[in-house]
Design a binder for this molecule. Structure first.
Ligand code: DX5
Ligand code: ZN
Length: 220
């Protein structure tokens, strides 16, 4: 079983409520919201107020991906704004265990995001405090980038790490995923699959999601 989580980064920001209805019609249950601060990543997107507005307009699960410096200062504000899942980059937080625990205590699922260049060993101590790992398959900052090919093997090793330690931790993967690689990604163990340009760049976002579900399902 897997879920497609459309990334609103590639949606039309002037029509967010409509875009959300369209992806819901396509079968999405999780909305991936990319928060960027111009420090941790070279781009600035949206923040707490927009998450609060999205919360008012939908009952879908809101998955806030924080690509920000000092995430420990902001993570629980996103939960209070209505995020159901909040992920924090391992590269950005020297007090990750505290931040994850804070997210859980605030009532959301806590995730650790990890960049392509960071070894999975960086998760060793903190993964038991997470509900999910967000494996980046591009260097974060922009939609529409190419999947970093070696991330498929990293995904398999992450799955192995979680299985061998019998942890109750889901794997989410984000970046460069489309109908050409989703089958392999599902087969390698990803359970939540973020897709931005493959959903919103194709004209009809609802049928793009249905297409991704079909392509992924072929292999499971
Ligand atoms: C990249 C973001 C992704 C991005 C995915 O920094 O974290 O969520 O929107 O977009 P695609 O699917 O186009 O790579
Ligand atoms: Zn993301």
């Amino acid at each position: 079983m897997f879920e497609i989580a459309p990334s609103l980064l590639s949606a039309d920001f002037t029509r967010l409520a409509d875009e959300i209805e369209i992806v819901k019609a396509g079968g999405a249950r999780i909305l991936h919201v990319d928060v960027m601060d111009g420090h941790f990543v070279p781009n600035i997107t949206i923040g707490v107020p927009v998450v609060r507005s999205i919360r008012k307009s939908t009952d879908l699960t809101i998955d806030a991906h924080l690509m920000i410096a000092e995430p420990g200062r902001w993570a629980t504000e996103f939960v209070e704004a209505g995020a159901d899942m909040v992920s924090v980059h391992v590269e950005a937080d020297p007090h990750l265990q505290r931040t994850l625990t804070g997210i859980r205590d605030a009532g959301a699922k806590a995730g650790i995001a990890i960049n392509p260049g960071t070894p999975i060993e960086a998760l060793t101590e903190t993964v038991p405090y997470a509900d999910f790992v967000l494996l980046m398959s591009v260097n974060p900052g922009f939609g529409g980038q190419k999947f970093v090919p070696t991330m498929l093997d990293k995904l398999r090793r992450l799955k192995q790490l979680i299985t061998s330690r019998e942890l109750d931790v889901r794997i989410e993967i984000d970046g460069g995923i489309d109908d050409t690689n989703i089958g392999d990604i599902v087969e390698a163990g990803a359970e939540i699959i973020v897709a931005g340009s493959a959903v919103f760049g194709k004209g009809n976002a609802a049928s793009a999601i249905k297409g991704l579900y079909e392509k992924g399902a072929v292999w499971v």
